[in-house]
Design a protein around this ligand. Structure first.
Ligand SMILES: NC(=O)c1ccc[n+]([C@@H]2O[C@H](COP(=O)([O-])OP(=O)(O)OC[C@H]3O[C@@H](n4cnc5c(N)ncnc54)[C@H](OP(=O)(O)O)[C@@H]3O)[C@@H](O)[C@H]2O)c1
Length: 273
């Protein structure tokens, strides 16, 4: 299969068998802009070796594969909706094959983030905790609000996700926290505060609080609250369909495939930087 024709971008989809991977697969049939060149699952995955057409009709002859290097064969860009435990192998494979990586998995620790930054020196990497266009814009709005309102407004980020979400706080909540910190010309690590239930500790002035609920089938909701004595501003984003993230991922992948090596974020895709 040719890596990329004039109209069609060859996409390797990591985590293709998961909830989000299936949403991306569903958008591909009949979409002239993209061709599926590889589909990844875990090495012991239940769909390993099965054709992707089991999940989605109208796709080329692609089989679920557990070896990331093989998933990347013929790809012009990789979209990764797997889990952080798979990231190290995916970074290695992208480095070896020189394939741009749109990393949509969330919950990376500091050493994984460092490895992601390292890869971005040689291939384009877009780290996208949330590929929805609304959240991308929300990050910018939150930064402006934080800069304008100042530290006399308490900042609290709350989120609700479905019962199967593993990371907490969500990657999106952390990015929103970074946006508040940026607006206050500080680092999130300096301002983030985890209050301990059962203690009488009061909120520190200027701190950024986080709270989370995991329940039911909620796709994703984030609220950033700025509260002072006498008024409260809430910026809210709600996703009702997972396909929102999938559509944003395809837009981002198209953009990333044409970039030089570097570490990008969704705001670059929208031209907000
Ligand atoms: N950026 C965004 O906008 C956005 C939106 C929603 C979710 N997310 C994030 O995307 C990720 C996936 O979410 P999900 O709900 O789709 O999860 P999921 O349903 O649990 O799917 C996980 C996928 O990763 C694969 N996987 C697991 N371990 C692996 C390994 N060691 N090597 C290769 N593949 C492996 C799974 O393969 P098997 O089926 O074989 O186990 C499956 O395809 C999460 O980190 C989530 O937080 C991001």
């Amino acid at each position: 299969m040719s890596a990329q024709t004039r109209t069609s971008l060859a996409v390797a989809l990591m985590g293709a068998s998961g909830r989000m991977g299936r949403e991306v697969l569903a958008l591909l049939p009949g979409n002239a802009g993209f061709t599926l060149s590889g589909a990844g699952c875990s090495p012991e995955g239940g769909l390993l070796g099965q054709p992707v057409s089991l999940l989605q009709k109208g796709l080329p002859d692609v089989y679920f594969e557990g070896d990331p290097a093989k998933v990347l064969s013929g790809a012009s860009v990789a979209i990764d909706f797997s889990l952080p435990s798979a990231t190290a192998g995916h970074l290695d494979a992208c480095r070896e094959r020189g394939v741009p990586l749109l990393l949509c998995a969330t919950g990376h620790d500091a050493s994984q983030l460092e490895a992601i930054r390292e890869l971005s020196k040689t291939v384009p990497v877009l780290l996208a905790a949330n590929t929805s266009l609304g959240v991308t814009l929300l990050n910018r709005l939150v930064e402006i609000a934080a800069a304008t309102l100042g530290e006399q407004f308490d900042a609290e980020i709350s989120e609700i996700h479905h019962r199967n979400k593993r990371d907490l706080p969500s990657g999106t909540a952390l990015k929103l926290g970074e946006a508040v910190a940026r607006g206050r010309k500080a680092e999130l690590a300096e301002l983030a505060e985890n209050r301990i239930p059962g203690t009488s500790q009061l909120r520190s002035p200027g701190s950024i609080g986080f709270s989370a609920v995991r329940a039911g089938d909620v796709v994703g909701e984030h609220t950033v609250m700025f509260a002072s004595d006498g008024e409260r501003l809430e910026l809210v984003h709600k996703v009702s369909k997972r396909s929102t993230f999938a559509r944003g991922a395809l837009k981002a992948a198209q953009w990333l495939a044409n970039q030089p090596p570097g570490l990008y974020e969704m705001s670059d895709v929208l031209g907000l930087n």
